[in-house]
Each structure stands twice: as structure tokens, then as C-alpha cells.
Design a protein around this ligand. Structure first.
Ligand code: NCD
Ligand code: ZN
Length: 375
């Protein structure tokens, strides 16, 4: 198949970056790089520095002008992100979008937006940033979750009062019903990507409104698992990520959405590695390494759904087109051959503070995967 594009990827920094970047570059021709590093990517200079680190961590030949992997940078939307910092990145064609995180709802989201209303309230910095994005035809990427009900809200019989904390399974539905329409109304010309769509109501909304200015990325994990898999015989920290896996009805709707083959639905792996100490602990971080099988798992999901013939548009064409990019003219080869994810990975931390090995448990450790990448 043509070398696909991963429109949602957490490469991290330091030792983890050096572990993950080669996995991604082997499988994908480009990747939208998430900005929720520590500290978050909020200036043009930080974009340049991070891009340099990524290039050094892959073995791609950048000087040739035709590398086999291209990192597509994003900036982190904070309450104070400066429009001129974004403009510099857009002008240099290094930055392709801005990521919205609701404060406190996922990994490294402490700098996220405190009140989503600032996205549609004239006079705020985030509003000005969204105008800048629209002027450049660049993309607003949404972590589509709310922490609290804005008004009285009824989600299929579950009632919330204004300001009430939302159940994690209701965070995306609330955002889709209440927050997304307001952003769209205030910025009708802005390209918006709903990241890692996870609910039936989200799938419905996309079907109705998806098009040139609205699309979504989907992960393999949300197509492969439902929440029974997360809790079978006990809680499985290595099947825990945001947005949280929903019930099987939701999974079925997401599978239907990809089988329908819409041009506004594309691949975003949301590979999000954490050292094992952040997973097998008191407060388990959301996110799991998927990059070791970043495309293989999508083949499996699409084969299960019975729509392998729809994979190429989903993985190679739709995402790049939304971002005004061309599909790659490179190819990768996969064979239908079972292999097992036998071992954890170790990231060699060369920084002086920690100086040790970070163990990372990949998705499906100890299990097998039906498709194999061959060089
Ligand atoms: C991501 C991470 O670890 O950075 N975690 C996750 O559960 N997906 C952040 C995110 O994409 O929400
Ligand atoms: Zn993510």
C-alpha cells in the first residue's frame, strides 16, 4: 500500500522520542505531531527546536528534500498562545494546526483551555488564534471533551445540572452537542478535525456535518475494543486511554462510519507511550504505545469490519487532503502473517537527571497481531 499518513501521533521527547520516531517513520510518510510535551509547544522557536529533535531521531534523509518521513508540527492552544507565534510557524510552513485541550482532561493538559467559551468569545487570545488559523486555511484539532455540563443537559436519560461534573463517558457527547456547534457557528470558515472520535453521537454528527471544513481522525483501538475489554477480570491499564473506550454500540457505529468510506474520516493512531511507572500506578495515565504496530492494527480492524478496500483512502488520502497535502508516492509492504508482541520496549534515558531505562508496555503485549510489516 502507499505509505500512509498518521494524523495524530505523540512522539514525546528525549529517550521516548528516540524509541518511537523510528517506528513511526518506518510505517508512515508523515505524522501530525501532538504538542502536549513538557513544556507544551507554544512558540515558533519551540516548534523549530522540537522539529530538529524529531528529524535527528528518525533516520530519514532530510537534506535530499525527499525524506521518507515528514513531521507535521502543531502548536498547543493555551489561554495565552500568541497569534504572531502561530503566524511565524504557518508562514514557514512548519505548522499545520493548533491543538485544543480541555484543561485537566488528559495527559499534559494543565496548560489547556480553562473555559471553552473563550473559543467563540471575541476579544480572547484563543479567538484571535482561531481567526489566524482560518486565514491560513490551517486546522483546529479538537480533543473533543468537556469536563462540566454548561447548562441543563440530558444524555439519554442521564441528567446534569449546570456546572455538574460529567461522567467520563459523557465528556465527548457533551462536547459534540454543546461545544462543537458553538465553535462552528463562530468560525464557519475554520477547518476543524475532531480527534480520536469515540462515540455514536460523534459518528452521527460527522455524517451530517462532515465535509470540507469538518472531519475526524479515528484510532485502531477504538475500532478494535469495547469497554468490556478494558475491565475483563480486572482493570487493564494498558488498554486505558483518552477518550475512554465506550460500550460496544459505540464501537459498532465507529466501524460503520469507516465502512461507509467518507472522505472526511481518516487515520490518527493516537500512539501515546508512557513509562510503565505512569501506567501501573495509583493514578494511571491515559495513553498507550501503538506505534510498534501503527498501521498493522488498522489492517486488522478493517479486515474484521470487512472493508479492507476502504483502508487506502482512510490511511493515505483523506487526512493529507484535509491538510492540503499530497498522498505519498512511497510504498510499504504488509503480509498477512501472525506475529506476537513478545517484549516490552526500553527507552534509554540519556538525560543526567534520570539516567536509566524506561520500560514501555506496547499495546497487545503478550498477544499476536495478524498483519506484519516487511521491509
Ligand atoms: C495522550 C497522551 O498521553 O499524550 N493520551 C491519551 O490517552 N490519548 C493525550 C491525548 O491524546 O488525549
Ligand atoms: Zn492524542
Amino acid at each position: 500500500m502507499p505509505k500512509p499518513a498518521d494524523m495524530h501521533q505523540h512522539l514525546r521527547r528525549g529517550a521516548l522520542l528516540h524509541l518511537v520516531a523510528p517506528m513511526v517513520a518506518r510505517r508512515f510518510s508523515k505524522a501530525i505531531v501532538m504538542p502536549n510535551t513538557v513544556p507544551p509547544i507554544t512558540t515558533y522557536e519551540m516548534v523549530r527546536q522540537y522539529l530538529l529533535e524529531i528529524k535527528l531521531a528518525t533516520n530519514s534523509e532530510y537534506r535530499s528534500g525527499k525524506p521518507d518521513f515528514w513531521p507535521l508540527m502543531t502548536m498547543y492552544l493555551t489561554d495565552t498562545l500568541e497569534p504572531h507565534e502561530l503566524r511565524a510557524g504557518l508562514d514557514q510552513k512548519l505548522v499545520f494546526g493548533v491543538k485544543y485541550y480541555p484543561r485537566g482532561l488528559t495527559t499534559n493538559s494543565d496548560s489547556g483551555i480553562a473555559d471553552p467559551a473563550s473559543l467563540w468569545s471575541k476579544g480572547t487570545k484563543p479567538y484571535a488564534v482561531l481567526r489566524e488559523l482560518a486565514d491560513y486555511n490551517a486546522v483546529l484539532l479538537l480533543h473533543a471533551a468537556d469536563g462540566f455540563a454548561t447548562d441543563l443537559w440530558n444524555n439519554e436519560g442521564r441528567f446534569y445540572g449546570p456546572g455538574e461534573e460529567l461522567d467520563p463517558w459523557d465528556q465527548e457527547p457533551h462536547f459534540i452537542c454543546n461545544t462543537l456547534p458553538r465553535i462552528r457557528e463562530a468560525h464557519p470558515d475554520l477547518k476543524i478535525s475532531v480527534e480520536h472520535l469515540s462515540t455514536a453521537i460523534g459518528a452521527d454528527w460527522l455524517r451530517t456535518h462532515g465535509g470540507d471544513t469538518l472531519g475526524c481522525s479515528l484510532t485502531a483501538q477504538h475500532l478494535l475494543l469495547d469497554r468490556r475489554d478494558v475491565f475483563r477480570q480486572g482493570f487493564r491499564p494498558h488498554r486505558f486511554w483518552w477518550p475512554i473506550i465506550q460500550s460496544s454500540e459505540h464501537k459498532e457505529e465507529l466501524c460503520k462510519l469507516v465502512a461507509e468510506g467518507h472522505p472526511f474520516v481518516w487515520l490518527g493512531s493516537d500512539s501515546a507511550p508512557h513509562p510503565v511507572g505512569k501506567k501501573e500506578t495509583d493514578c494511571c495515565s491515559g495513553g498507550v504505545l501503538m506505534a510498534h504496530a501503527g498501521i498493522e492494527l488498522f489492517l486488522e480492524a478493517f479486515e474484521d469490519i470487512g472493508c479492507l478496500h476502504k483502508l487506502e483512502d482512510f490511511a493515505c488520502v483523506n487526512g493529507p487532503r484535509f491538510y492540503d497535502l499530497k498522498p505519498s508516492d512511497l510504498y510499504i509492504t504488509l503480509v498477512r502473517e501472525e506475529w506476537s508482541v513478545a517484549e516490552a520496549f526500553y527507552a534509554e534515558d540519556m538525560s543526567e537527571e534520570s539516567g536509566g531505562l524506561d520500560k514501555v508496555v506496547p499495546f497487545r503485549l503478550g498477544e499476536s497481531i495478524r498483519w506484519k510489516l516487511v521491509d
